[in-house]
Design a protein around this ligand. Structure first.
Ligand SMILES: Cc1ncc(COP(=O)(O)O)c(C=O)c1O
Length: 394
């Protein structure tokens, strides 16, 4: 009855079963995996948001395959003044933008544009677990390539080259990556673009966390010139802490002739779905403009939670936090005395504490836990104390 692409393992794993049981028993739970910004106590400019959505123009339906021009102009503005990896003075052309219902849909557009059934897209490991499902739904194979940790995360280029096959169509980068918080460095971006251009592969760059870099320096975006055909994805869910608006986009850059042909096809894909809603698109410029204050709150939260975490982990002794350059997460390197899943279950059962086991993000071995740094400060502190007490003396 059902297509094999949905033959997922639907039974909950041991960790999910333990969590279900914990909730069923009505036990308290301190959730250090929460990465939904709308539930983490940020102060949203509510009146401004309601006013932005209260627009008479929404009464008219004027379908646009790439999204409303004014919304695309606002997206192009967001990229103005950012550096590109080639260091040239460039800007994003609104004609090269397609608005989608969230970044996940943008992935689907790009996969459908580039890949035949069974083709392969290289995906970093560790990284965000949703990619596997997005790939399944597009009938393609996600093939992992390794990121290695050596005083910070780097692309393992020999590993990447070894993962390429005749069926490879694109290489994905997450910039900065979730959960490692590592950015692609300039030399890495250039090497990757060179490999991709030489083998007719595209780059798919997920930049949803681009604005959350440690330090004040603006990070390079993939959205500008490149020797390789490049699709840069982002959206409001992280930029303006508004995942419920379901507004994302993709930007096409790279060799002119290729980019133009890609756009012609994407226009038709966009025209087939016309999925982003008119009210959201009409308010997009205003919602992007709200990011300054929201990102400031987020930066304070990340900095404060990180400070607390580091202090308490020093007291625990046996746990290290891996170096990060940005993003919303911290990766903890813990004694691998048992599997990550067993550790996460033990934290749940003995401390009422929810953390991600590393295998959720495809870490290559046991000994990693991941926590969200956007959790409200008071809760985060309590959670970090429980982690310290759990690991103290192990
Ligand atoms: C790396 C990465 N890409 C994409 C998304 C999804 O973004 P959206 O809400 O725009 O679909 C997430 C969500 O957490 C993410 O972590």
């Amino acid at each position: 009855m059902f297509a094999s692409r949905t033959n997922w393992r639907l039974e909950p794993n041991r960790f999910a079963t333990a969590l279900e049981e914990h909730r069923r028993r009505g036990k308290p739970l301190l959730d250090l995996t929460n990465s939904n910004p709308t539930t983490c106590g940020f102060r949203y400019p509510e009146e401004q948001l309601f006013a932005a959505l209260n627009n008479r123009r929404m009464l008219r339906y004027e379908p646009e395959s790439q999204g409303l021009p004014q919304a695309r102009e606002a997206i192009a503005d967001y990229y103005r003044g950012r550096p590109g990896f080639l260091g040239r003075e460039t800007c994003v052309n609104p004609e090269r933008i397609v608005i989608t219902s969230g970044t996940s849909e943008a992935y689907n557009y790009v996969f459908r544009l580039l890949c035949e059934v069974g083709d392969e897209v290289l995906v970093p490991a560790p990284s965000y677990p949703l990619f596997e499902y997005l790939a399944d739904l597009a009938d393609i194979r996600p093939v992992p390539y390794p990121l290695v940790y050596h005083q910070g995360w780097q692309v393992d280029f020999p590993g990447l080259s070894a993962a390429l096959t005749e069926r490879s169509r694109a290489v994905m980068v997450v910039h900065p990556n979730n959960p490692t918080g590592s950015f692609i460095k300039r030399e890495e971006a250039l090497e990757l673009a060179e490999i991709c251009a030489r083998r007719d592969l595209a780059i798919i760059a997920d930049e949803v966390f681009l604005d959350y870099a440690e330090g004040t320096e603006l990070r390079c975006s993939f959205a500008f010139d490149s020797p390789a055909l490049t699709f840069t994805l982002s959206g409001l869910s992280k930029i303006s802490l508004l995942p419920q608006m379901k507004l994302g986009w993709l930007i096409v850059s790279g060799p002119e002739a290729l980019a133009r042909r890609a756009m012609q096809r994407l226009e038709l894909i966009g025209d087939t779905y016309l999925s982003p809603s008119t009210p959201g698109q009409l308010a997009l410029a205003e919602m992007l403009a709200m990011r300054g204050n929201l990102q400031m709150q987020m930066r304070q939260r990340l900095c404060s939670n990180l400070g607390v975490l580091d202090k308490l982990l020093r007291e625990a002794g046996s746990v290290d936090r891996l170096r990060r350059e940005g993003g919303w997460y911290a990766v903890l390197c813990v004694p691998a005395t048992r599997s990550d899943e067993d550790l996460a279950i033990a934290l749940l059962e003995t401390r009422d504490l929810l953390v991600h086991p590393g295998h959720f993000f495809d870490f290559p071995r046991d000994g990693f836990l991941v926590v969200s740094l956007i959790v409200h400060e008071a809760e985060f502190q309590e959670g970090a104390q429980r982690l310290r007490d759990f690991f103290h003396g192990t």
